[in-house]
Design a binder for this molecule. Structure first.
Ligand SMILES: [Fe+2]
Ligand SMILES: [Fe+2]
Length: 374
C-alpha cells in the first residue's frame, strides 16, 4: 500500500499561478547540507538466483557492464569554458513571440548585457537541477536494488547506481570548475524527489524516477546537447544520454510486467502520480529562482510563461517527448476512461504519444554510435 496519497488539491487548474508560486516560495534552507526523507519501503531478498529469467532485463544488464565510461579520464577537463557562451538562451525564449514584442513584458527592455547574464544564470540553474535530479536517481536506484523482488532487476539496478554516481560526479565537477558554483534544489523538484523516495511500493520508484524524471532528463539532455557548441558539455551530455536511455528502458520493461496484474484502482493511483510528477517538472522549468536573480517580477513572469500560446512553448513541451509515449506504452494514458490522456491534453503534450517509446531505443543512444564525436 502506498503511504502517501498524491495531493491533487488545486490540480483542477493545472495552470494555477497561485499554486505554483506557493510551492516556489516554500522556504528552501540554503544552508541545509543534509536533507532527510522517510523511506517507507521493505527491503526484499530473493532466493531465486536464476539469471536471465527476464530476458530483456538481462540483456540490459549485460549491455550496462560493457558501457561504463570514466568521468575522470574520458573527458577533457582542461577545456576552456566561457560560462556566458555555453547556451544562448535568448534564442530559446525568443521562439516565443510574446516576449519579443510586448512592451508590458518585464523583460521588454533587456539588452545584450541582460541576455548574457540570463543565459549564464539559466545554464547554471539548469545544470544544478540536473545534478540534484541525478542524486535523486542515485538514491532511487539504490532503493530499487533493495526493493525489487527479481534478481535480474537487482543486477541491472546495481549498474544503474554506479551510472548515477558518475552523473552526479560529472555535473558537480562541471558546475564547480566551469560555472563557478551552483543553485540550490528547486522546491518543485525537491517535493517530487521526496514523494518518490517516500512511497512504499517498489514500482512507484520506477514510475517516478525511470519514467518521469529520467524520461524528462533524456529529452532535456538531447535538446541541450544539440543546442550547445561547448565541446566539454556536449561530450559529457552524450555520455550521460547513452546511460539514461538504458535507464528509461529499464523502467518501461519492468513496469510493463507489473501493470499487467494491477487493479483499475491501483492503475488510477499511478496515473495521478504520473500527472502530479509531470506538473512538478513543468513548474520547475519555469525557473523562478533565475527570474528572481535577474530582478524580474517572478509571479508576472510565471503567469506569462503559462499563458503563452501552446505553439510558443516549444522547450516546455519538448520535455515531454519521451514521457508521453512511454506512458502510452505502459497503458497509463487510456486506463480509467483515459484520465491521463485528458490531463496531458490539457497541458498541451498529448501530441507526442506516437513518438518512439524508450523500451528498445537505448541501442540508438549507444556510446559506440558516436559518443566520442563531441
Ligand atoms: Fe542519470
Ligand atoms: Fe539515469
Amino acid at each position: 500500500m502506498a503511504t502517501t496519497e498524491p495531493n491533487l488539491s488545486g490540480y483542477d487548474d493545472a495552470n494555477s499561478v497561485e499554486r505554483i508560486m506557493e510551492i516556489a516560495q516554500a522556504n528552501t534552507d540554503v544552508d541545509e547540507i543534509i536533507h532527510v526523507v522517510e523511506d517507507n519501503a521493505d527491503a526484499i531478498f530473493t532466493w531465486n538466483y536464476d539469471k536471465g529469467e527476464r530476458v530483456k532485463l538481462d540483456k540490459l544488464y549485460e549491455k550496462a557492464k560493457t558501457s561504463q565510461w570514466n568521468a575522470t579520464t574520458d573527458l577533457d577537463w582542461s577545456t576552456e569554458v566561457d560560462p556566458y557562451e555555453v547556451l544562448d538562451l535568448q534564442a530559446e525564449l525568443q521562439l516565443n513571440p510574446e516576449f519579443e514584442a510586448d512592451p508590458t513584458s518585464p523583460i521588454y527592455n533587456w539588452g545584450d548585457k541582460e541576455w548574457r547574464e540570463f543565459s549564464y544564470q539559466s545554464t547554471k540553474w539548469r545544470l544544478s537541477q540536473f545534478m540534484h535530479g541525478e542524486q535523486g536517481a542515485l538514491l532511487c536506484t539504490a532503493k530499487i536494488v533493495e526493493t525489487v523482488p527479481w534478481i535480474d532487476a537487482k543486477y541491472y539496478a546495481a549498474t544503474q547506481t554506479i551510472d548515477e554516481a558518475r552523473h552526479v560526479e560529472v555535473f558537480a565537477r562541471y558546475i564547480d570548475e566551469k560555472l563557478e558554483g551552483e543553485y540550490p534544489i528547486n522546491p518543485h523538484l525537491r517535493l517530487l524527489l521526496d514523494d518518490i523516495i517516500n512511497d512504499s511500493d517498489w514500482d512507484m520508484t520506477y514510475l517516478g524516477m525511470q519514467i518521469m524524471v529520467e524520461g524528462l532528463a533524456l529529452a532535456a539532455f538531447g535538446f541541450m546537447h544539440d543546442f550547445t557548441a561547448e565541446p566539454l558539455l556536449k561530450k559529457l551530455l552524450r555520455y550521460v544520454m547513452s546511460d539514461e536511455a538504458r535507464h528509461v528502458a529499464f523502467g518501461v520493461l519492468s513496469l510493463q510486467e507489473v501493470y499487467q496484474d494491477m487493479t483499475l484502482a491501483e492503475i488510477q493511483y499511478r496515473q495521478e502520480f504520473a500527472f502530479e510528477a509531470a506538473l512538478r517538472m513543468r513548474d520547475r522549468f519555469l525557473q523562478q529562482e533565475v527570474w528572481e536573480h535577474m530582478g524580474v517580477d517572478t509571479r508576472e513572469m510565471t503567469k506569462r510563461l503559462l499563458e503563452a500560446p501552446e505553439e510558443a512553448k516549444v522547450f516546455q513541451r519538448m520535455l515531454f517527448t519521451k514521457i508521453v509515449p512511454n506512458c502510452r506504452k505502459l497503458g497509463l494514458l487510456d486506463a480509467g476512461e483515459g484520465w491521463l490522456r485528458e490531463k496531458f491534453t490539457e497541458i498541451g503534450v498529448i501530441e507526442f504519444e506516437h513518438m518512439p517509446d524508450t523500451g528498445a531505443e537505448f541501442l540508438d543512444y549507444d556510446i559506440d554510435e558516436g559518443a566520442g564525436e563531441g
